[in-house]
Design a protein around this ligand. Structure first.
Ligand code: SF4
Length: 548
């Protein structure tokens, strides 16, 4: 199949869809993208801004197009969450950037991880976050240092291109793709081919909104295709051929929706073209009038999967795809690949928990050393979609030595259920949209729950978010915290959370329910979790799981 193109004109109607003739920008973001392509900011950073410094950056680039190169302005220190909505953008930000390095499929060599760690240490005050989309995110980045950071990243095959912005973001893959015996198929190649073909492609550099992809044959569906914009999920068809089931239209934030199965079977050699067709549908038919209504989930809600399939086949692929089966349900309760997993070559993969993704550059460098020292293939490391890391290729005889060596740095292969299951977004420390501090609070929360409920050993997801945008997925956690300002017992406005209970993915996936009155202050989160979990322990039936 060739690169898909649109071939029909439909009647004009009003959500700003390009395919319906709306080419004039309908909001400031669309104007910003039309005025200058987001990808063009790269050259201006190299030629101009790295020399003029922060104050010389054009405002349209600063708060808009920089994202196309993985850069966001950072929240100024000391501004409380209650001020987020009332301050002007320039009052909220300092002269530093958050920078996101994309790690497609979460695949790293020890050399690449050493470069990632060194950048944090040298240019980012030795702070880094392993994100829940397999990226590494830096803070405290000066624009003057960006060209050197890019040079180092590119030397190991990494980049920040399209790590943020209205573009195809990092493509998720199973960290153990090609490693485990029981996977449906290894999606590494189709993922790498799609990235190589389309990363930085101007035909997809102006989408209505962010575009999140996953491609995986993991039996545990660890890339969470239920909540990605477009996913290729490993299946075997009736003829015994391995390929992919296509899902489109998942997303959280406000108005969360689960992806819909399109019902087609995609052969591995078709994946790049089908991905491009789906991406082109989003570009051409996606809603551009309101950013709150622009993700493809809204188009899917209006069209449904049958119409999406018909448009994909008729207008973009110019060929029909065969019907295909649904994937088997996830095999395990947890999708994080934490612990010791047997590789098909007889070695072992050791997945371990950080502290809600927060780590130092120095420690990333140390992990690179350990991967080299203990792995048989020169050091292979993977990032997961749960803010964890995995070291591959460890022989049986060295597993426990590496478990101990990691534990010396508080990197736990066998963490408590609470530490394993707790995630936190960036939050008030650095995020301009935040209402509540999250990373530190989540670390204190899991430590407190470990102390109060030392015997609790069931899978439990506790996701702490600093605002409704749900970067740490509060709607799909067993206990999800959405940051907001609440009133304490004295009637004062303080940081707190709306609780969402009982979210989960997989068979019968559902979003957590928001209970009236379950708004708590930050100080009350440990009490709240303990109350909920003790109530469950007291009343549970034999065989019942909390995460069900
Ligand atoms: Fe920032 Fe909100 Fe996302 Fe947290 S959920 S990182 S506070 S935008």
């Amino acid at each position: 199949m060739s690169t898909p193109t649109r071939s029909s004109n439909r009647p004009v109607r009003g959500q700003g869809q390009w395919a319906l003739g709306y080419r004039e920008p309908l909001n400031p973001n669309e104007r910003m993208k039309k005025d200058s392509d987001g990808l063009d900011v790269r050259q201006r950073i190299l030629d101009i801004y790295a020399h003029t410094g922060f104050d010389g950056i054009d405002p349209g680039d600063l708060r808009g197009r920089m994202r196309w190169m993985g850069l966001y302005t950072q929240r100024a220190q000391g501004i409380p969450g209650g001020k987020t909505a009332v301050l002007e953008a320039e009052e909220l930000e300092d002269s530093y950037f958050m920078m996101r390095a994309r790690i497609d499929g979460g695949q790293l060599t020890s050399e690449a991880l050493r470069v990632l760690g060194g950048i944090s240490t040298e240019f980012g005050r030795d702070v880094a976050d392993v994100t829940d989309r397999q990226n590494v995110q830096y803070h405290w980045i000066r624009i003057e240092d960006v060209p050197e950071i890019w040079r180092r990243l590119e030397s190991v095959g990494l980049s920040t291109m399209e790590a943020c912005g209205d573009v195809p973001r990092v493509m998720l893959g199973c960290p153990l793709a090609g490693i485990l015996e029981d996977e449906v198929l290894d999606a590494s190649d189709v993922l790498a081919q799609t990235v190589a073909k389309y990363l930085g492609d101007p035909q997809f550099s102006n989408l209505p909104r962010k575009w999140k992809t996953s491609m995986s044959g993991c039996v545990d569906h660890c890339t969470e295709p239920e909540i990605d914009d477009v996913s290729f999920v490993g299946v075997v068809n009736a003829e015994g051929e391995a390929g992919y089931d296509l899902w489109v239209g998942g997303g959280l934030s406000t108005n969360p929706m689960f992806a819909k199965r399109i019902g087609v079977f995609v052969r591995p050699d078709q994946v790049s073209d089908v991905w491009a067709g789906c991406t082109a549908i989003f570009r051409d038919y996606g809603y551009r009038r309101s950013r709150n209504h622009a993700r493809i989930k809204f188009l899917m809600a209006d069209w449904g999967p049958e119409k999406f399939r018909q448009v994909l086949q008729d207008e973009y692929l110019h060929a029909a795809l065969p019907d295909g089966p649904a994937p088997a349900p996830a095999q395990h309760d947890q999708r994080d690949h934490v612990g010791v997993s047997k590789q098909k070559d007889g070695n072992n993969a050791l997945g371990f928990a950080l502290r809600t993704g927060r780590i130092s550059g120095s420690l990333l460098t140390r992990i690179a050393d350990l991967a080299e020292e203990y792995g048989t293939q020169g050091g292979r490391i993977r990032t997961t979609t749960q803010q964890k890391l995995v070291i591959l290729d460890v022989p049986d005889a060295r597993v426990e030595d590496l478990v101990d060596a990691l534990a010396e740095h508080d990197l736990l292969v066998r963490p408590s259920a609470f530490r394993r299951g707790t995630m936190a977004c960036t939050g008030l420390e650095f995020c301009k949209l935040a209402i509540v501090e999250t990373k530190q609070h989540a670390q204190e929360l899991y430590a407190e729950l470990e102390r109060r409920l030392p015997d609790f050993d069931e899978p439990i997801g506790i996701n702490v978010n600093g605002c409704p945008n749900s970067c740490a997925r509060f709607q799909t956690a067993d206990i999800g915290f959405k940051g907001m300002i609440v009133r304490n017992a004295e009637g004062e406005s303080v940081e707190g959370f709306q609780v969402h209970l009982g979210g989960h993915l997989g068979v019968d996936a559902s979003f957590g329910r928001k209970f009236r009155g379950h708004k708590i202050t930050k100080d009350e989160t440990a009490d709240y979790c303990e109350r909920v979990l003790r109530g469950y322990l007291d009343r549970r039936e034999p065989g019942e799981r909390f995460a069900a």
